[in-house]
Write a protein that binds this ligand. Sequence first.
Ligand SMILES: CC(C)(COP(=O)(O)OP(=O)(O)OC[C@H]1O[C@@H](n2cnc3c(N)ncnc32)[C@H](O)[C@@H]1OP(=O)(O)O)[C@@H](O)C(=O)NCCC(=O)NCCS
Length: 145
Amino acid sequence: MRLIKAKIRDSNFFFNLRNSPEVRRNSINKKKIDLKSHQEWFKKAIKKDKIFKIVNKQKKDCGYVRLKKKSKVFFVSISVRKEFRGRNLASKALTKIEKLVPAKTEFAAIVKKRNIISKNLFEKAGYNVSSKNKNSLFLKKNKKK
Ligand SMILES: CC(C)(COP(=O)(O)OP(=O)(O)OC[C@H]1O[C@@H](n2cnc3c(N)ncnc32)[C@H](O)[C@@H]1OP(=O)(O)O)[C@@H](O)C(=O)NCCC(=O)NCCS
């Protein structure tokens, strides 16, 4: 499995993934995104988010992982296409992306309470639930070295 930097030509891949039913169901913003606003967002996101990677296995684009820095914390966003799930790709992608940031970085993820798969994924990767609200869990992890 490789992490490849997302480029402008990958716009459609992200558009389709983002609008797939379960990704929408598990997102904070559930609305269907129209192509024009996606393209505008994507152009900025690949510039601004320095760490925005495609999860690629045997030349197939299987999903993405992205780190978005807010003050000192890196917020993780991850998704794997349905046909590639359950093969440990998300776990491996989380391990790999941690290597791209300095030591002692703090990671965080916001997960819907009912998204048990995601909660399991992050806990297996060493994240702990640090707070909750009505619908979401806030998970954190500190990179030690
Ligand atoms: C969450 C998601 C990225 C997991 O991708 P994946 O590549 O299938 O995950 P992995 O195969 O690496 O599994 C890692 C761990 O997640 C959990 N997990 C994965 N599939 C699961 C399932 N069907 N049921 C319960 N737990 C599951 C397990 O803890 C698993 O570890 P294990 O296999 O040792 O038990 C994927 O399901 C997805 O894209 N979901 C929709 C988008 C989303 O919810 N993103 C996260 C928003 S915060």
